[in-house]
Design a protein around this ligand. Sequence first.
Ligand SMILES: [Zn+2]
Ligand SMILES: [Zn+2]
Ligand SMILES: [Zn+2]
Length: 213
Amino acid sequence: MLTPPWLEPMLKTKFFTHCAEHREMPRNECNMFCADCFEHSSAFCIYCRTQKHSDHRVIQIRRSSYHEVVRVKEVEHLIDIKGVHTYVINSADVFFLNERPQPRGVGAAAGKAAASPFFCEVCSRSLLNDFRFCSIGCKLARIKSNGDTTFVLQERDGSSESSRVEGENTGKLTDDFGECRDGSSAPNDTKSASLRMRTRRRKGIPHRSPLSS
Ligand SMILES: [Zn+2]
Ligand SMILES: [Zn+2]
Ligand SMILES: [Zn+2]
């Protein structure tokens, strides 16, 4: 999938301002973005949508704890979000548009995240589950830094998904567990936890944690 030309403009757009054209209306927050009009249109409100973008590919931006999110279902046909951390908020899968400031508190959520072995490959934010990016913005940054114009990611270095799935390497599965090979004295618990993790990922079942907000 090619990197959608409207993605970067959307990530740079300021949302949740009040629409200048619909000042008198009650719901005039600019929380929409049009993938068809991105070259000459910015964020707009629901009345603008009805008037100007009724047949267009409009993306609705939502907020979670003051950060902008988009529902997976509403954009999965437009962007490949593979590798991007998703959360369930109000019973819908969402992902963040942009990198967020790192948590500094020592609340339960922050402590949990800090104990996680998963990090965003771009901004190093700790992630609750085994995803590669905290946001679509970080995924885009990685793709751009690779000089790749497509929106398809290379597999992680040294972890060819296919070799694990084929089953021909079953006899030396431990080769996949970097820290466990070379006769290191990792306790069995760690190893089996790691195994379970791999198994889950191979089946491609995403694991999500609800945000605590
Ligand atoms: Zn408007
Ligand atoms: Zn439009
Ligand atoms: Zn990130």
